[in-house]
Design a protein around this ligand. Structure first.
Ligand SMILES: Nc1ncnc2c1ncn2[C@@H]1O[C@H](COP(=O)(O)OP(=O)(O)OP(=O)(O)O)[C@@H](O)[C@H]1O
Ligand SMILES: [Mg+2]
Length: 501
């Protein structure tokens, strides 16, 4: 690709970008949220047409006319946001639009077997006949990847493929990438997890604000250099310096909380001004516990006290009223109203604060509030009125966080808050959490990123198979300690998140 330009109304997404990928090469694209990575790849895979620029395949210049044309050329993209049809089965999704047929009919048996083979290659234990809506996010991600594998790509584009996977699945995916590479497939790999790139990447191209910055051989560069090129400035700290001191007051007390078949019974406490990390393998039950506290799923028993007062939470509405917020891991399904503007999304959970005395929403104040958060979190959007769907993945996540910040909750459950978020913005989110905690907010931080959990938390609750295995003091424990408690168990089974629809 050479001199590729793409503009959306008044947003310049790409301004003259170049990229070349060799056969059997893994080429990473790095850049902050909104840098243009996904847009560049959507052009290559036929989703968008470029305004300017040239694409050559095997040296031949050509015009890519849509998705099917790209697929026929062997270019397949795994999108950052999942694109599965929820009410179809896993096998139907994998073969959608190219079903194997016998006469007039879809050959169900071949479809199922083909799906099973792809899933096996990824070592995922998912039933080809299961309906996609019953799968966890991690499982859906694996199905999406299996689907791409089934297309026999020559050039495979993976846009944040591991962002919703736990350690085991990510490791398996990286093995598959290495296999494909050996088979001569060219791979474009986009990820904000720079550490995992180390295992697979040959070269890296860096974009910033839609501009091409540099291409480096992986062996001849360093994470520091890449980060410097991405953000265009020095970034020397990963986490805010520890200055807070959580106080002794118990803010949230959970006793005997359980959902039969999923987790518990659990007892734990969250103090005022404390950041309590939830660590564990994917499927250990951390998200289910957070959802239960937030009233999103029914529980079988247990009680919750806030400031010593019993609270009865039967729905998210009860939780929000009590001052509990949940920043979901699956922003598309639970956090973001994709068709609404950035400003509306931010005000959504706190309309009361924006209403005048007649109950009408004060549009000017809504806009001001939105502008304040856009500035504070560095949300890249042309205006507060932009439709949320059109923001880049990481910027959508920031909008969800802004919504709950505005709500001024007393307890915030952050579920993988920095997934898909670039290093600079991560730091901004960490600082915010820190400030919130300093103001007395209690924070639960669910994260599969161990350095993050240890770097941000005061204490770490380690989950294993729906039970609290151990609560550790974050200042005096290592990643190894956490992993030890997370994975040593009587029956160690492969971690797969229980489904919730
Ligand atoms: N369909 C669209 N309409 C309007 N603006 C768009 C559209 N698609 C992307 N943009 C804008 O173009 C810019 C580049 O977005 P892109 O999704 O390529 O970023 P990215 O590098 O993939 O970021 P992330 O790491 O957050 O996924 C962003 O400012 C985004 O808001
Ligand atoms: Mg993207």
């Amino acid at each position: 690709m050479q001199g590729v330009c793409k503009r959306f109304d008044n947003v310049v997404a790409l301004a003259g970008v170049a990229l070349d990928v060799d056969r059997g090469e893994v080429h990473a694209i790095c850049g902050e949220n909104g840098a243009g990575k996904s847009t560049l790849m959507k052009i290559l895979s036929g989703v968008y047409t470029p305004d300017e620029g040239e694409i050559r395949i095997d040296g031949e210049p050509l015009r890519i006319q849509g998705l099917h044309h790209a697929q026929a050329l062997g270019i397949v993209m795994i999108h950052q946001e999942l694109n599965l049809v929820p009410h179809l089965t896993v096998a139907e999704n994998i073969w959608l639009g190219r079903e194997p047929r016998r006469g007039w009919f879809v050959d169900q048996a071949r479809q199922r077997e083909g799906a099973r083979a792809c899933l096996q290659r990824l070592a995922v234990d998912v039933d080809p006949d299961a309906q996609v809506s019953t799968l966890s996010l991690a499982q859906q991600q694996m199905v999406e990847i299996a689907k791409a594998l089934s297309m026999d790509a020559r050039l495979l584009i993976m846009d944040e493929p591991t962002s919703s996977l736990g350690e085991t699945d990510s490791a398996q995916l990286l093995r598959v990438v290495k296999d494909l590479k050996r088979a001569g497939v060219g791979i474009v790999y986009i990820s904000h997890r720079l550490d995992e790139l180390d295992e697979i990447v040959d070269r890296v191209t860096i974009l910033r604000d839609g501009h091409y910055i540099a291409t480096r051989r992986w062996a001849e560069t360093s994470i520091d250099e890449i980060v410097g090129l991405m953000v265009g400035r020095e970034l020397n700290q990963q986490f805010p310096p520890p200055t807070r001191q959580p106080c002794a007051d118990v803010l949230l007390r959970v006793r005997g909380l359980r959902r039969d078949g999923a987790f518990g019974p659990l007892d734990f406490e969250l103090r005022r001004g404390e950041i309590l990390g939830f660590a564990g393998l994917v499927g250990a039950g951390r998200t289910e516990v957070a959802r239960a506290i937030f009233g999103a799923d029914a529980v079988s028993g247990g009680d919750i006290k806030l400031h010593g007062q019993p609270v009865h939470i039967r729905s998210p509405r009860d939780a929000i009223r009590a001052g509990i917020a949940y920043v979901s891991e699956d922003r598309k399904a639970h956090g973001l109203a994709v068709k609404m503007s950035v400003a509306h999304n931010i005000s959504l959970a706190n309309l009361g604060a924006l209403a005048d005395r007649f109950g009408f929403i004060d549009a000017a104040r809504e806009r001001q509030t939105a502008e304040r958060f856009i500035g504070q979190l560095g949300i890249r959007t042309p205006s507060p009125d932009q439709v949320a769907r059109l923001l880049s993945g990481g910027n959508q996540q920031k909008v969800v966080i802004a919504k709950w910040l505005f709500r001024q909750a007393r307890v915030i459950l952050f579920d993988e808050p920095t997934r898909g978020i670039d290093v600079g913005a991560k730091y901004a989110i960490y600082e915010l959490m820190d400030q919130l905690a300093a103001q007395g907010v209690g924070i639960v931080l669910i994260s599969s990123d161990l350095p993050e959990v240890l770097g941000m938390s005061d204490r770490v609750a380690v989950f294993r198979q729906g039970q609290l295995a151990q609560v550790l003091d974050a200042r005096h424990c290592s990643q190894h300690d956490v992993m030890h408690h997370a994975s040593v168990g009587p029956t160690e089974t492969r971690a797969l998140e229980p489904s919730h629809s």
